[in-house]
Design a binder for this molecule. Structure first.
Ligand code: HEC
Length: 461
């Protein structure tokens, strides 16, 4: 009976029947059961709006980067088919991590749960009904864009505000990558404890797809300088890329370092910008601002965090093939891996990061299975999951490039592709945030983690 009911409800849903009709059929059958309630078509106001508020509005609201707003029913209804398509394939929200491989606890996870996807899909299949207006949750009060996100927490605006040079994006121009370099103006060593990036104006938010700010400086720590040269054999000079700073994309609040850690900025350092602009149907001129909150000069944090480039500059991709490229990065000291951000261009398909410990133990930390060049996500591990690894661990980065016609972003599957800056050339590295520890501090961190895990296990029984 239950199955027959489900089937008839399924048929009705496919026919785009309204909730009311379903209820009528159910009551004429005389079987208003739990199964019927479970199968009721979700409505926008009750079931879907809360999901959009939590997972979509950060970008899909007026004056933001996404092409349409998903704030009201009227805004959302015309997009129902496209929404179902994008969420069931997990292209939206942009979070392209393989959910079956490696660590799954992230600080910035914006993906949908299986239940949320199911709710959205059933809402669309059921004719995308509005529902009772009284069920609509209160509108989200989005923060005033003119105030720095962490200003309240740190009692004022950032200590250092650095700006990219202005760029003008034409109304219909194709995507542009803007890479100016600006001086930080620092004359002494300073430690960053939080970082925010934002477009300079409201109009700028519509064209700023993402922005990366790299800290360029002469590394004074010999072990870290050596780490940055670990791949020097590939002929790419990374001697001054010691301290990449932060990547930003819409919807990201900024980054606060974990307690006791900071990023060291050296005198005469510079910020290398890498900004992806896309057109918004009107000409816009804007800058991007980097706000840095510094530790007071007499309060240096104990542990240094460095964003490393891991992987390789050597790619060799034959026409009409899927190529695999591997790169290795030895950890010069014990460390905690904080985050992972794959970097490839149009032919990028997937990237994994694996830890090979000195005793031979291997662990795949993360795998981005569905890389999309439009989205430079940084996957930030949660406090309890960020891997702790001993000195001498080898980080192995594996990149897959799809240079076949099956890759819809591929501009030409019939050409050989090598390393290079242009988007038609390729890259195969990851940006990985690493916090280094002295041996004793590392042992203490491991002991703390083991105790916490033992407690969780105990609590679960
Ligand atoms: C981090 C910002 C961001 C978040 C979060 C986000 N989107 Fe998007 N979305 C975009 C941008 C930018 C585009 C256009 C570029 C692209 O397709 O990648 C887009 C495109 C889309 C499209 C395709 C529109 C078309 O032209 O057909 C759909 C549908 C969509 N998003 C739905 C959603 C839904 C539903 C959610 C939440 C569950 C969501 N998005 C979350 C930024 C975002």
């Amino acid at each position: 009976m239950k199955t027959a009911l489900r089937q008839s409800l399924g048929v009705l849903r496919r026919a785009g029947a309204l909730v009311g009709m379903v209820a009528t059929v159910v009551s004429t059958l005389g079987v208003v059961t739990a199964a019927a309630a479970e199968e009721a078509v979700p409505t926008f106001t009750k079931d879907v709006a809360p999901i959009f508020q939590a997972k979509c509005e950060a970008c899909h609201r007026p004056d933001s980067i996404a092409p349409m707003s998903l704030v009201t029913y009227q805004d959302s209804r015309p997009w129902a088919r496209s929404i179902k398509d994008r969420v069931t394939t997990r292209q939206m929200p942009p979070w392209h991590l393989d959910r079956t491989v490696g660590i799954q606890d992230f600080q910035n996870d914006r993906s949908l749960t299986d239940e949320q996807i199911d709710t959205i899909a059933r809402w669309v299949d059921g004719g995308a009904p509005r529902g009772n207006p009284e069920d609509m949750p209160a509108a989200v009060a989005w923060p005033d864009e003119s105030i720095w996100n962490f200003a309240e927490q740190f009692d004022g605006p950032p200590d250092l505000i650095l700006e990219s040079t202005p760029f003008t994006m034409g109304a219909e121009a194709s995507d542009a990558w803007w890479k100016p370099r600006v001086a930080t103006g620092l004359t002494t060593e300073r430690w960053a404890r939080a970082i925010e990036i934002r477009p300079g104006t409201v109009a700028g938010r519509k064209i700023t797809h993402h922005a990366i700010a790299r800290l360029v400086q002469d590394e004074t720590d010999p072990a870290l300088a050596a780490a940055n040269q670990a791949n020097a054999a590939d002929g790419v000079d990374r001697s001054r890329t010691a301290g990449t700073f932060m990547e930003w994309a819409v919807g990201k609040q900024g980054e606060i370092m974990r307690p006791g850690t900071g990023k060291l900025m050296l005198p005469a350092s510079e910020i290398q910008w890498d900004i992806h602009y896309s057109s918004a149907g009107e000409e816009v001129t804007d800058t991007v601002q980097l706000g840095v909150y510094l530790y007071p000069e007499d309060q240096a944090p104990k542990h240094r965090q460095v964003l490393h480039l891991m992987g390789t500059g050597g790619v060799d991709i034959a026409p009409n093939t899927v190529a695999t490229t591997q790169g290795f990065f030895p950890l010069q000291r014990a460390a905690r891996i904080e985050s992972f951000q794959p970097h490839m261009h149009l032919r990028g398909k997937a990237m994994s990061i694996e830890a090979i410990q000195p005793d031979g133990r291997r662990q795949v930390l993360s795998h981005v299975g569905d890389f999309n060049f439009n989205w430079h996500n940084s996957y930030v591990f949660s406090d309890d999951a960020a891997p702790l690894l001993p000195k001498g661990t080898l980080i192995k980065v594996t990149a897959w490039h799809d240079n076949t016609a099956a890759n819809r972003s591929n501009p030409d599957p019939n050409v050989w592709v090598g390393y290079g800056d242009r988007t038609v050339d390729e890259m195969a590295h990851a940006w990985v945030n690493v916090t280094y520890f002295e041996e004793d501090d590392y042992k203490a961190e491991v002991a703390k983690r083991e105790a916490a895990q033992a407690e969780t296990r105990g609590g679960g029984e």
